[in-house]
Structure formats: C-alpha cells, structure tokens
Design a protein around this ligand. Structure first.
Ligand code: G3H
Length: 260
C-alpha cells in the first residue's frame, strides 16, 4: 500500500517512514510544488512546471492567473494542476470564492486550496465558515476537483484549529492544510498532530510552510501528513536520491523548524 494512497490515507501509520523504506515515487507523490510567490513571472512558472514534471511530483500549485499556462504546459503529464481560492487571506466573499473555483476548473485546475475565512472563524461564526467551505466544495465536486482547506494556523487558537478542521470535514473537504506559506509561521508538528486527531481518517492532512528538507518531510509524514506544499522540491528529492544512493546526507538543515 503506497504511503500516499488516497484510498487509505491513514495507511501512512502502518509503515516505518524513513528514506530507506520509502520509494522515490512515494516521496515525490507527497509534494505539491508551490509556485505561488507573487513575483513569479510566467517564464518562472513554466520552469517550475518543467521541474515538477522532471521530479514527477503530485502537482503544481500555481497562482489563479497561471492555471491556463500550467495546464497547457502539463497537458499529458502525470503532474496535476492545482491552484488557490481566496488566497492568501481567505477574506473574499463566498460568491467570489465560488467564481474563482469555477473559473480555475474551467481552465484546467483539478485541486483547489481554499483559504478558510479566518476572521469569521476567530469570531465564532461557525455557520458562516461552514457555508463558505460548503459552497466551494459543492462546485468542486461537480467539476471533479479536490478541495484542501487552508486554516492558516498562525492566527488560530487550538480550539479554533480543531473547529476549522471539523467544519472542513462537515463541508466535505478532502484535506485540511496548515498554512498558506505567507503568514508569520507555517506548519508545525504539534499542529499536524492536532489536525490529524481532529478529523476522520478519510480526510487528509497537508503541511505547508517550512517543509524544506527531506528530514522535515519525513517528520511530517510520520504524524500522518499525506501531502506537503513545498518550494524546495528539488533539494528535498535530490537529498532523497543521494541518501538512497550512498547513505550520505547530501543537503538539508535537519527537520521541521517550529513553523519556519
Ligand atoms: O505551499 C506553500 C508555500 O508556498 C511553501 O513555501 P516553502 O516551502 O518555501 O515554505
């Protein structure tokens, strides 16, 4: 059973997770190669798509304006095209998020990373937050796209993180995700454990923000994470290949730092 199996995401716990026990494919399929930085040019996005294809990762996560470009570049490739909705603050009106989701799917996106309405979650407006996610999930399901709900944990209390996870599951989301990568802190092991416990086994966990070494990726996998958003894709996968080849640590700064 592959570690990153969508049919059984909880299977990650059944296998010892080390570079020695994992295949290249299992590690590469953990990664959504992140191409979200606002300054990225179309040429840099295309180079990122080529890199994603060369390393055979799960997907690219591009800015909404780059979905068509990425979909064209990756046509016929196993690398999926994902994008973001209500990014990075989650504050767009629900109708705007729905429109963004529809347009992205029309243009070729099959994975949608939407940002939860952070302020409404913090304000205790659970019904609003649920409706916001449900509206995006509904159009995504019609178009066959996955939905990952970004909680942006940097701004939330433990209770709010758990509630965000529960509302995401209730709304039918496929994943809950720690962070955008653009807040004061990113993924932490503590948050990943909390999120894994807060949702049912069929809801997957994505870590993003600060997963920049192979050790960090292995650490998040060990607590049940089945996808990471990363910009350091090449470094992580080169390190994996080097370690497999010679048992030598090629690069890296150790494991996951506490949210950066
Ligand atoms: O996917 C989210 C972030 O863009 C990841 O950025 P990072 O890997 O450089 O922390």
């Amino acid at each position: 059973m592959p570690v990153n199996s969508h049919s059984d995401p909880a299977s990650a716990g059944t296998q010892e997770i080390t570079a020695e026990t994992l295949s290249y494919e299992q590690v590469a399929q953990m990664i959504d190669h992140s191409l979200l930085r606002p300054e990225l040019t179309p040429a840099e996005v295309l180079a990122g798509c080529e890199l994603a294809e060369r390393y055979r990762v799960a997907s690219v996560c591009v800015k909404p304006c780059d979905v068509e470009l990425a979909a064209k570049a990756l046509r016929g490739s196993s690398v999926k095209v994902g994008t973001v909705v209500g990014f990075p603050h989650g504050s767009s009106a629900t109708a705007t998020k729905v429109f963004e989701a529809k347009l992205a799917m029309e243009q070729g996106a099959v994975e949608l990373d939407m940002v939860i309405n952070i302020g409404r979650l913090r304000g205790g407006e659970a019904e609003y937050v649920l409706g916001d996610i449900q509206a995006v999930v509904e159009v995504a399901k019609r178009g066959g796209a996955l939905v990952k709900v970004i909680l942006e944990n940097a701004y939330l209390s433990e209770e709010q993180k758990v509630l965000g996870c529960q509302l995401s599951e209730q709304a039918g989301a496929d994943f809950v995700k720690t962070s955008t990568g653009f807040a004061p802190s990113g993924a932490t092991l503590e948050d990943l454990k909390l999120m894994r416990e807060a949702v049912s086994p069929h809801v997957q966990i994505k870590a993003a923000g600060g997963v920049r070494t192979l050790d960090a990726l292995l650490e998040v996998m060990r607590v049940g994470t089945t996808r990471v958003g990363a910009t350091a894709t090449a470094a992580i996968l080169e390190e994996f290949k080097a370690r497999k080849a010679g048992g030598v640590r090629a690069t890296g700064e150790g494991g996951l730092k506490s949210g950066y």
